[in-house]
Design a protein around this ligand. Structure first.
Ligand SMILES: [Zn+2]
Length: 402
């Protein structure tokens, strides 16, 4: 390792210079990744390209776990810092409406267009090159940097990251999600849960309602309780949790039968004051005196390697103080690397931080190139300049973090 980092005043210059030198290469690799379709559950091809690139970038260690996550390691110090970017993207169902090919990775007015450009192949590339630069400059000697490319975030947020974290030999002291924030520092977001309430009935012929028990009438009562509970939460302000009924269904033998059961699904957005116990007590109240059950929904899915993962739809909210050394280091790195407007913000979207911060209580921030307002959208795009800037910020931040 060189000692180019030994003089603190030179480090900003050195990181900047080497990142600028590598910016064409970074852009080329980024365009490559955007050109590879990597929908959730089909990340095999892109995983191979990322694996090979980490080897080419001289990572100290590169491996793939059984779920198909790719992990690269730089350094072997005692403080572990974990970078997380998901490789999967949502689908494209409207390609004729795009102004440029969603898999062309073409550049227009300084932006690269394509599915996954903002969410979040740009952040992935920036973090991969940041790892390479840390190694080149030798500026993280006392640290162990994990750069992870994870699977299935779009459908099962947090799940693949949880499996990956369990397999690391050092528990990270800090985590960084490279999701798009326009290089602002995301210091928290709401949690979420999906619950189902099933009201029991008794099937009968539609012409003989007296012989059955129609569950839809009791469901209407539950529906009203959810509505008034939701209105109470809304009145408390935007920082509070919210609820929304999203689906209603019944199990019936035919259109002329009294249903056996009826159910509704509730999407919960959770505040930092909520947890599984508080959710349970609320759900119990919603079905009080009604012949019904509730559950937190689970969703199984298969990874591209054929392994089963299970999403348990209860993600706690999380936040980190602005004054935390991780937030402070990130903000300082932004300013030093020319992003004067960067600031600490609360996010409106969910990320794999539900696992790092929400479940594992690892101090986490979300910071990445691109604007989340273009994620999942027609004409998704990301500024080329953000990619190099993010690379500089990630590198310098790791140097600054105590
Ligand atoms: Zn994302």
């Amino acid at each position: 390792m060189s000692d180019k980092c030994s003089k603190n005043k030179d480090i900003v210059y050195n990181i900047s210079q080497i990142s600028d030198e590598l910016s064409d290469e970074m852009l080329e690799f980024f365009r490559n990744l955007v050109q590879i379709e990597s929908y959730t559950g089909n990340e095999g091809e892109i995983a191979k390209v990322i694996y090979n690139k980490m080897l080419e970038l001289d990572y100290d260690k590169v491996w793939q776990d059984k779920y198909g996550n790719v992990i690269g390691q730089i350094g072997n110090g005692s403080t572990a810092i974990y970078f997380d970017s998901h490789m999967d993207t949502v689908g494209v169902n409207d390609s004729s409406e795009w102004i440029l090919d969603p898999f062309g990775a073409e550049i227009k007015d300084g932006d690269v267009y394509g599915r996954g450009s903002a969410d979040m192949k740009s952040g992935l590339v920036s973090s991969m090159y940041a790892g390479a630069i840390m190694k080149k400059l030798g500026c993280v000697k006392d640290k162990k940097i994990y750069i992870a490319a994870t699977v299935m975030e779009e459908d099962l947020d947090g799940v693949a990251t949880m499996e990956l974290l369990k397999s690391l030999d050092t528990t990270p002291k800090y985590a960084i999600m490279c999701e798009p924030t326009c290089l602002n520092i995301g210091i928290g977001h709401k949690g979420r849960a999906l619950t189902k309430i099933t009201v029991n009935g008794k099937a009968a012929h539609g012409s003989r309602p007296d012989l059955g028990v129609n569950p839809t009438y009791a469901l209407a009562e539950v529906l009203q309780r959810v509505q008034s509970w939701g209105e109470k939460l809304m009145a408390k302000g935007s920082e509070n949790s919210t609820v929304a009924v999203t689906t209603i269904e019944s199990t019936t033998d035919s259109f002329n039968s009294i249903p056996r059961s009826a159910a509704l699904y509730i999407d919960h957005r959770l505040s930092v004051n909520d947890n599984e116990a508080s959710l349970a007590s609320t759900m119990d109240k919603l079905i009080e005196d009604i012949d019904a059950e509730w559950e937190i929904c689970d969703f199984p899915a298969k990874t591209w390697t054929g392994e089963q993962l299970m999403l348990h739809s209860m993600h706690p909210a999380w936040e980190i103080p602005k004054e935390h050394e991780l937030s402070v280091s990130a903000l300082k790195a932004c300013k030093k690397m020319g992003r004067q407007k960067s600031e600490a913000i609360k996010l409106g979207f969910s990320t794999n931080a539900v696992t790092t911060a929400g479940r594992c209580k690892i101090p986490t921030i979300v910071i990445g190139p691109g604007d989340v307002q273009y994620a999942h959208m027609t004409n998704e795009h990301c500024p080329v300049k953000d990619i190099t800037d993010a690379c500089k910020i990630y590198t310098y931040m790791c140097h600054l973090i105590p």
